[in-house]
Design a protein around this ligand. Structure first.
Ligand code: PMT
Length: 400
């Protein structure tokens, strides 16, 4: 993943996430990009133009009517200079300006005057993100080809929790390096399962597991960034799916199996990241089980193995499984690879605190027939991009 010699015009608008932009400039330049920064007036309240000038090595623009700047590199020239325009963070206000074609400051004028692809990394309060006006602006921008990176869920500066955090600089830089220059999964349909399943015991109880869906949703986001058409079959989670992904919501393993088998004949790559319950109660009682003095024994029966059924189809897609293990990780993962007839398996040691289930980070070891790769520890979004790139490479090797 490189941005060698690419000219990136980084627009910075006025949100708290602007304080991360000197780091973003460093991440972009580390990938080989040349960066010039343009700030909105309010962005200068959050981060100093001098800091951005120091890290980018270029003068920073913040005024459309600056005679000195215009004499050096005029705004139209700057708009033509850019190979890519990245606006990070993008406020709700700037999204509205971009949607409606306003040109009342240097950055909005550059966006109208450029023919380069525009990327936005939205960052705002979660309520502002979900507001009908913002969502309608977002749809229009996507229709016009603007690439949307994020936002991420999580705790916000105002104390709210939800969607609206700017993606981390490293993820933005990697996504920019991947797409659209190298849409290695363009015209490929990828089906991904994510999250837990719930197996009902009675009308009020179920068994499930700690999967949050973060790993699977990050894979969907990464596949999208690499140009794929993505179908995400998701168990019950508290995440908003990436925009542009087709989502099928399910609850039980049986429902996930049905949904997968319906769409999988139409895909080239299948990735089973969901933590599917191996067993379900033999009988779901129609009424709530009442407490009594005696012990309660439940009998469980096997659920279908979705991954194995996909890999054993007469014409299977390139099939990638996950292995969540607490001991002998490599041994069990390689055994699953062979037994389930998979093309690849990504193994995670879920006994380690802070990794695996319901965490922001993970560590993956990937295996295939006669090979493997340690992808190390990283944020799930970054790991997902690395894993998806590896999947694309191995898929290409298998099919050419
Ligand atoms: O969702 P997060 O909180 O982000 O956590 C991510 C994760 C830990 C859930 C993820 O990285 C992961 O390991 N997913 C697979 C979990 C799992 O069920 O592992 P397993 O070793 O039990 O299953 C092996 C494979 O068979 C998996 O690809 C699984 O999707 C699949 N399977 C399992 C049982 C079943 N009945 N059908 C299946 O398809």
């Amino acid at each position: 993943m490189q941005l060698t010699k690419q000219k990136i015009l980084l627009g910075i608008t006025g949100g708290i996430a602007a304080y991360k932009t000197p780091d973003l400039v460093r991440k972009l330049t580390a990938l080989g990009a040349q960066v010039r920064c343009v700030m909105s007036a309010s962005a200068t309240e959050f981060v100093s133009p001098l800091a951005l000038q120091a890290v980018s090595g270029n003068p920073v623009g913040d005024d459309l009517l600056d005679r000195n700047a215009e004499a050096a590199m005029g705004h139209i020239e700057l708009a033509k200079w850019a190979d890519k325009v990245l606006i990070a963070p993008t406020t709700a206000n700037f999204m509205a300006k971009l949607t409606h074609g306003l040109a009342d400051d240097l950055l909005s004028t550059l966006c109208l005057a450029t023919s380069a692809p525009i990327y936005i990394a939205p960052a705002m309060n979660q309520q502002m993100w979900h507001a009908p006006a913002t969502q309608s602006n977002l749809s229009l921008l996507i229709q016009r080809g603007v690439k949307v990176l994020g936002p991420a869920p999580g705790e916000q500066a105002c104390g709210d929790v939800g969607l609206g955090r700017m993606l981390e600089p490293v993820d933005i830089a990697n996504m920019l390096a991947q797409s659209p220059i190298d849409p290695i999964l363009a015209n490929r349909h990828i089906v991904i399962t994510a999250g837990p399943t719930r197996e009902e015991i009675d009308p009020v109880r179920f068994i499930s597991n700690h999967s949050s869906g973060k790993m699977g949703y990050a894979l969907a986001q990464a596949a999208l960034a690499l140009g794929a058409n993505v179908t995400l079959i998701s168990g019950p989670v508290n995440l908003s799916p990436p925009i542009g992904v087709k989502v099928i919501n399910v609850v039980s393993a049986e429902q996930m199996h049905q949904a997968v088998m319906k769409v999988v004949p139409d895909c080239e790559i299948f990735i089973g990241c969901a933590a599917v319950a191996d067993y379900k109660p033999q009988q779901k009682t129609q009424q709530k089980i009442k407490k009594s003095d005696s012990e309660l024994t439940l009998t469980f029966t096997r659920n279908p193995d979705i991954l194995s059924d996909v890999a054993h189809l007469a014409q299977p897609p390139f099939t990638v499984g996950f292995a969540a293990e607490t001991q002998d990780v490599a041994h069990y993962a390689q055994d699953k690879l062979k037994r389930k007839k998979l093309d690849m398996i990504a193994a995670n040691d879920v006994s380690q605190a802070g990794l695996g289930f319901n965490s922001e980070q993970n560590a993956l070891n990937v295996y295939w027939n006669n090979g493997g790769k340690n992808l190390g520890v990283a944020d799930k979004s970054q790991l997902a991009l690395t894993l998806m790139t590896l999947v694309a490479q191995r898929y290409a090797q298998k099919t050419t």
